[in-house]
Write a protein that binds this ligand. Structure first.
Ligand code: FES
Length: 185
């Protein structure tokens, strides 16, 4: 009788241990893909922050920008990725670059600080115009007249020249409709 009870108790313990092991293994099998999925979802954010190192993106060659101080539009290309697909080198924005005779390069985001339309270059007047509500900006990005509906001048971006001929821009966007320059990316 005692032997029978001990055997039954041993079998129950073994069954319990097997069940526990199956539960842990099943849990790990479930958590693995879940953690992988979360990492994949967060990956584009991490990748975007690291793009080009320190948020800088290579925009073009210094030689492609005349040193006459006149702005020229360049697209910002970057890799985009969602949970399933990777899209290499897609336009994520645009900037105006200009170079003066001392090779100093200036960059402005093309987005109008008033309400987000794309500012255009008016070569005849040597100024920027926004077609949506007629904001006008000088070539140095400042507001060109007091009636300008934009609450601030165009948004300047940091520029670095690397390897003597590469123009790198720290691409950022800013909150529109406010006087302060508040980064949104
Ligand atoms: S969006 Fe540019 S003036 Fe309004």
């Amino acid at each position: 009788m005692m032997d029978h009870l001990q055997q039954t108790g041993g079998a129950n313990r073994r069954g319990f241990m097997r069940g526990l092991l199956a539960l842990i293994t099943g849990g790990l099998a479930f958590l693995g893909p879940l953690i992988g999925g979360i990492a994949l979802l967060l990956d584009p954010l991490r990748r975007h922050q690291n793009q080009g190192g320190g948020g800088f993106v290579k925009v073009g060659a210094l030689a492609s920008l005349p040193n006459n101080g006149l702005p020229k539009k360049f697209d910002i290309l970057s890799d985009k990725q969602d949970a399933w697909n990777k899209y290499p080198n897609v336009p994520v924005g645009s900037v105006y670059l200009s170079r003066d005779q001392d090779n100093k390069v200036t960059a402005f985001n093309i987005i109008c600080p008033h309400a987000g339309c794309f500012v255009q270059m008016d070569a005849k007047k040597s100024q920027f115009n926004c077609p949506c509500h007629n904001s006008q900006f000088r070539l140095d990005g400042s507001k060109a007249n007091p009636d300008n509906p934009s609450p601030r001048g165009m948004d300047p971006l940091e520029v670095e020249i690397r390897n003597e001929n590469e123009i790198w821009v720290r691409y950022q966007t800013f909150k529109t409709g406010v006087a302060d320059r508040i980064p949104t990316s």
